[in-house]
Design a protein around this ligand. Structure first.
Ligand SMILES: N[C@@H](CCC(=O)N[C@@H](CS)C(=O)NCC(=O)O)C(=O)O
Length: 229
């Protein structure tokens, strides 16, 4: 059964599910959601107006969103042991990494990279506050960039170590989510730590074109954005 994926090519939230669908060898169709997420048709199916979102006929609402939840659902449904092991302890590492990423690391990445990417900030953030001066916006962005080092170090010492998240021989859904997310840091001034570069290369070496092909959309967008700045 084909999974219909609504996606935005430059987005790392989307990249995670795009890599996952390829690595899982599941039949899928991708539709570019650019300019469509706030339309009544889209919001009737996906009221959160977020991508990645999938339409799947077995799902009780017919559609769902949230990158990690989508990967968990499809991995559970198709019993994808290598990507999402059922062993409770290995799964605990993977779930903890994914929740920590979306809850703690990603907000810092969004606040530091979105202003440079030209993506809108979230309501209440300095970057999305019209009255805030350019200086204040730059200072808030810099503070977010500076704060990334700490959660990254947690990923290095606790989750990744020298292998993959979940302690398996191949990347799990948490590795797909983390490697994809790290791609955005290329737009920041802080150099990506060497371990992150090694880690992305390790994930990419195992997944091959399943990673490289969709990652080219994000990498191309960042290169274009840097050139224009
Ligand atoms: N936590 C979500 C974040 C999803 C998200 O922020 N999606 C953005 C693109 S990166 C989006 O589709 N925005 C379109 C809109 O809000 O209309 C996930 O991991 O899937």
């Amino acid at each position: 059964m084909t999974t219909h994926l609504h996606m935005l090519p430059p987005s790392v939230n989307n990249l995670a599910v795009r890599v996952f669908l390829r690595a899982a060898n599941l039949p899928f169709a991708e539709e570019n959601a650019w300019g469509k997420t706030r339309t009544p048709e889209f919001m009737a199916k996906i009221p959160a107006h977020l991508t990645p979102a999938i339409e799947h006929k077995d799902h009780p609402r017919g559609a769902m969103w949230e990158s990690c939840a989508i990967m968990m659902y499809l991995a559970n449904k198709h019993k994808l042991e290598a990507l999402y092991p059922s062993d409770p302890e290995r799964r605990a590492l993977i779930d903890s990494a994914n929740f920590y990423l979306t809850g703690s690391l990603y907000p810092l990445i969004a606040r530091s990279t979105y202003p440079r990417m030209g993506f809108p900030g979230y309501a209440g953030e300095v970057s999305a506050t019209q009255e805030a001066s350019a200086e204040l916006k730059a200072s808030a962005r810099n503070a977010a960039e500076g704060a990334i080092a700490e959660p990254l170090e947690v990923f290095r010492t606790y989750f990744v170590r020298d292998g993959f998240i979940g302690d398996g021989p191949t990347p799990s859904i948490a590795d797909i989510r983390l490697a994809s997310t790290l791609e955005f840091l290329a737009i920041n001034d802080t150099h990506l730590p060497a371990w992150c570069k090694d880690y992305i290369a390790r994930v990419e070496a195992k997944l091959g074109k399943f990673y490289t092909e969709p990652a080219a959309d994000v990498r191309g967008f960042i290169a274009q954005t840097k050139k224009a700045s």
